[in-house]
Design a protein around this ligand. Structure first.
Ligand SMILES: *Cc1c(COP(=O)(O)O)cnc(C)c1O
Length: 321
């Protein structure tokens, strides 16, 4: 098996991110503590640069490039937060970036990615294979392809958020992390195992896309169709060759929540904590709320993974329920 990243690599990533990524705040909520009978610590990556934790992994991966890689730049395929993270990290490090996006990606996302200075290459979702296109571009231009989660430097970068959380709060009894392809969860688990060994660690997926839960139960990576869920950052079809073994080793369980529970989380964050959190960013909190008696009296860490949601969509999700 390939070499899995370790906590030492999370520490090295934190050094590279220093002065580039925000040390995001850890917020408390008396209302949440009283309602659920626990002490909550919210790590607010919705306040990270470009609005999500993904900047951490992208910046760490790109800052490890050698001079030839820096000259040629980075390439990514994504229509979500990873695209913007690679674009911003590349600009910050003064290297070119190409992002492969579908022709029907939301105009706001195309504009945001171009706004960070990246070149956008469009492909037709119905007739073209984006991975093949990205691979061809990377060969033609010598650019380095950075995947959204299954890469040791990406995982180590994502792990810095929970490193900061536990440094700020002290040991935790339980930690709830949003789970898509598992970069954030496996990196978080490296930090939690090192800094708070007794902490129970949970990855949280949308009910409709529980490939991670199935994989943990089956003991192998289970592939699913693209799930239908409002958690667009967790519509991944499978865990990765790095993230799965780390999750298998270090994560206690994978839980699921419904879209309705995610909307309740969005409402709570907006109403009580005055924060805009995207649906995927509510996965961890929604599962913690559903955990009931098992977290009573405990110190509970919750990673809020991002805040990038179109305001019109935000309003319609909240008014529909
Ligand atoms: C990418 C993303 C996730 C899922 O992260 P993985 O590393 O793929 O598990 C969760 N929340 C937000 C906001 C994201 O952008």
């Amino acid at each position: 098996m390939q070499n899995l990243p370790t906590y030492d690599e999370v520490v090295a990533a934190a050094g590279r991110l220093d002065g580039h990524a925000h040390r995001t705040p850890v917020l408390r909520s008396r209302t949440a503590d009283e309602r659920w009978g626990a002490s909550f610590f919210f790590k607010c990556e919705n306040f990270q640069r470009m609005g999500a934790f993904k900047f951490r992994g992208a910046f760490n991966a790109l800052s490890k490039f050698d001079p030839a890689q820096r000259r040629a730049g980075a390439i990514a395929f994504s229509s979500g937060n990873h695209a913007q993270a690679i674009a911003l990290a590349a600009r910050e490090l003064g290297m070119p970036a190409v992002i492969v996006m579908p022709t029907d990606a939301p105009a706001a996302k195309l504009a945001a990615t171009r706004g960070y200075g990246a070149e956008v290459v469009l492909y037709d979702r119905f007739t073209e294979d984006r991975e093949a296109l990205a691979r061809r571009l990377s060969e033609e231009r010598g650019m380095t392809l950075i995947p959204p989660y299954d890469h040791p430097d990406v995982i180590a970068g994502q792990g810095t958020a929970v490193k900061e959380l536990i440094e700020d709060t002290g040991p935790l009894d339980a930690l709830f992390v949003c789970l898509g392809g598992g970069g954030l969860t496996s990196g978080s688990a490296l930090s939690a195992r090192a800094l708070s060994p007794g902490c129970r660690i949970y990855g949280v997926e949308p009910e409709a896309g529980n490939d991670g839960q199935q994989s943990l139960r089956a003991g192998r990576i289970v592939h699913i169709e693209t799930p239908r869920t409002i958690a667009d950052g967790a519509q991944t079809q499978h865990l990765g060759n790095y993230t799965f073994p780390l999750i298998q080793r270090d994560v206690d369980d994978i839980l699921t929540v419904s879209d309705a529970q995610l909307v309740e989380g969005m409402r709570f964050f907006a109403e009580r904590m005055k924060m805009v959190v995207e649906p995927t960013g509510c996965l961890g909190f929604a599962a913690a709320c559903a955990a009931g008696a098992s977290i009573a009296g405990q110190r509970v860490g919750v990673v809020i993974s991002g805040g990038n949601v179109d305001l019109q969509r935000f309003a319609s999700l909240l008014s529909a329920s």
